[in-house]
Design a protein around this ligand. Structure first.
Ligand SMILES: [Zn+2]
Ligand SMILES: [Zn+2]
Length: 385
């Protein structure tokens, strides 16, 4: 382990003694060059390093633009200055900031707690530094919507927290912990006041999943498994003992349980030929196959087809499908939505709806795992895969 990594890990552990903050890069995919920040609630200090530039409260507005590698900041009336990095630090316990991108224009979002702004060579880097549990509630709302059962929310909260703790170093070299995109976990600003989401977050506070060696696990989830989850090895490079395939009867009547899509047969043949060194005339081949179970490859007429590559090429909902070749088009009948590894969200929602608990749900989708409080786990247990 590199020294810098060790220091960050030690910092994570020390931070766990009190309220744990997490740094999330927001709007990072939009190449933002100008924003308006509005204090919606609370009191704030505008800081450059340790120097305080001013005190502000609800109603104050900042116009922030990037010029080269500097940020130019103005408030309602005055030019404040040019800075390499600037922070808005909440001093009133709780505070809410609205961030509205104006170049390019995007819909504004509200964020809890603090903002750190700096520049990359392309954009303003906006980092929301907030309490970890507020982050969990926000992702829970983005992932689970506002109308799911309580025990599902609890299971999902534990998985979201497990991911955050496991991946604290994912963007360490860029100066933050996680991004707000699906690359990490969907984070669309502060959670609204859904009491079930707040309750699920608070009642599972600090809880993560660990494996039988007490290491924090990878905690993947997906929309719908189509009746059978994937092993880790079917989707990623290697198998993991806690990510086995399970038969899931709970999601079969949900909205994403099945789907169909047609592909032009010429496009299909181009795809098959592009994956080999020699081009073959497949006019008289029949590409029909039936996949009753999840599999990584199918062999048709001596051609090995990687189903995950088919999914990516044709933007399919899942890599769990059968094919009917009519001679004119390829009709794909698919099951599930997403990679299929770990917890099936629609299955978990149905389990919760018929009376299963959060623990029942997690033990159903993850093999031989336990729940632990991350604040009580030893330093080396944070070690990334
Ligand atoms: Zn990310
Ligand atoms: Zn399922």
């Amino acid at each position: 382990m590199r020294v810098s990594t060790f220091i960050i890990l030690a910092f994570v552990c020390i931070q766990t003694q009190k309220a744990q903050n997490i740094n999330i890069s927001v709007f990072g995919e939009k190449e933002i060059n100008s924003i308006v920040v509005n204090i919606k609630q609370g009191k704030y200090l505008l800081k450059k390093g340790k120097e305080t530039l001013g005190e502000y409260k609800k109603g104050n507005i900042f116009h922030i633009s990037r010029f080269g590698n500097e940020l130019e900041i103005r408030d309602k009336r005055n030019f404040i200055g040019n800075f390499i990095e600037i922070e808005l630090i909440c001093t009133s316990g709780s505070g809410i900031l609205n961030v509205k991108p104006v170049n390019p224009v995007a819909e504004g979002r509200e964020y809890d707690d603090n903002l750190i702004m700096t520049c990359t060579d392309k954009q303003i880097r906006i980092i929301n530094k907030l309490d970890l549990e507020k982050y969990i509630a926000s992702v829970l709302e983005a992932e689970g919507g506002n109308h799911a059962p309580s025990e599902y929310y609890k299971a999902q909260a534990i998985l979201i927290r497990t991911f955050a703790i496991k991946n604290m170093l994912k963007h360490a070299e860029e100066g933050f912990n996680l991004c707000d995109a699906v690359h990490c976990q969907a984070f669309k600003g502060r959670s609204t006041s859904n009491s079930l989401i707040q309750y699920a977050t608070q009642s599972t506070s600090g809880k993560v999943l660990i494996d039988n060696e007490s290491v924090v696990i990878m905690s993947p989830f997906h929309s719908n498994c189509g009746g059978e989850t994937s092993t880790a090895g079917q989707v990623w490079l290697k198998d993991l003992p806690y990510l086995q395939s399970v038969k899931d009867p709970f999601c079969l009547r949900s909205s994403n349980a099945s789907w169909a899509q047609s592909i032009n047969r010429k496009d299909w043949i181009n795809f098959i030929n592009s994956s080999k060194s020699n081009t073959i005339n497949y006019e008289n081949y029949n590409f029909t196959f039936h996949s009753p179970h999840r599999t990584k490859f199918v062999l048709i007429n001596g051609i090995n087809i990687n189903l995950r590559t088919v999914r990516e090429t044709f933007h399919l909902k899942s890599a769990f499908f059968s094919v009917k070749d009519t001679g004119e088009e390829i009709i794909i009948s698919g099951r599930g939505y997403g990679h299929g590894v770990g917890m099936c969200q629609q299955g978990a929602m149905e389990m919760a709806a018929v009376g299963y608990t959060c623990l029942d749900i997690l033990h159903f989708y993850f093999h031989d795992v336990k729940i632990a409080d991350y604040r009580e786990i030893e330093l080396h247990r944070f070690k990334p895969e």
